[in-house]
Design a protein around this ligand. Structure first.
Ligand SMILES: [Zn+2]
Length: 171
């Protein structure tokens, strides 16, 4: 009888541990699948500001001898910014150049950078999001202060920034 009770106790402990660990197992699987997914190809990403046209400004001269490492999409202050991919929110925070920014880890391990936001959407670092999820709202924060409000959108991978322009659809 004691033996049976002990066996039941051990089984209950295993079941409890499996129950508690299951979400982190699922998270790890989703993360692995994301990293193993192919990076976006030409015109495969939706416009983060649907309906707003934009031009290719990759490599344009910027302050302090920098080159423009992204695409600028202009829109009224407060226009919602939609994630171009699914992924994991890596960072929600402020920096000198980008102002209020959100960084999302996307397919193939690329990082998607949304900058000059007026404010953030309700996001937590480590959170899983689907493509189309609102990550923030257009503004002029950071070194864009006082310029026409726009989203600076960048894509980074191992080896540095890549031009998002050819990967994006305009619609
Ligand atoms: Zn820019």
């Amino acid at each position: 009888m004691r033996r049976l009770l002990r066996l039941l106790l051990v089984l209950a402990l295993f079941a409890g541990a499996a129950y508690l660990l299951w979400p982190s197992v699922q998270r790890a699987q989703r993360y692995a699948a994301l990293m193993a997914s192919p990076a976006p190809t030409t015109r495969s990403l939706p416009n983060p500001l649907p309906g707003q046209r934009f031009v290719d400004t990759w490599g344009g001269a910027r302050s302090e001898g920098r080159k423009h490492e992204g695409v600028d999409i202009f829109a009224a202050r407060g226009t919602p910014v939609h994630a171009t991919t699914r992924g994991v929110v890596l960072n929600v925070g402020e920096n000198r150049l980008g102002g209020r920014t959100v960084m999302v880890l996307g397919p193939g391990g690329q990082r998607h950078y949304y900058a000059h936001l007026d404010r953030y959407a309700d996001l937590q670092e480590g959170q899983w999001i689907e493509a189309g999820r609102v990550v923030g709202y257009v503004g002029d924060s950071g070194n864009a202060k006082g310029t026409p409000t726009h989203l600076h959108y960048g894509i980074y991978q191992l080896g540095g920034a890549v031009n998002p322009y050819p990967l994006l659809r305009q619609d």
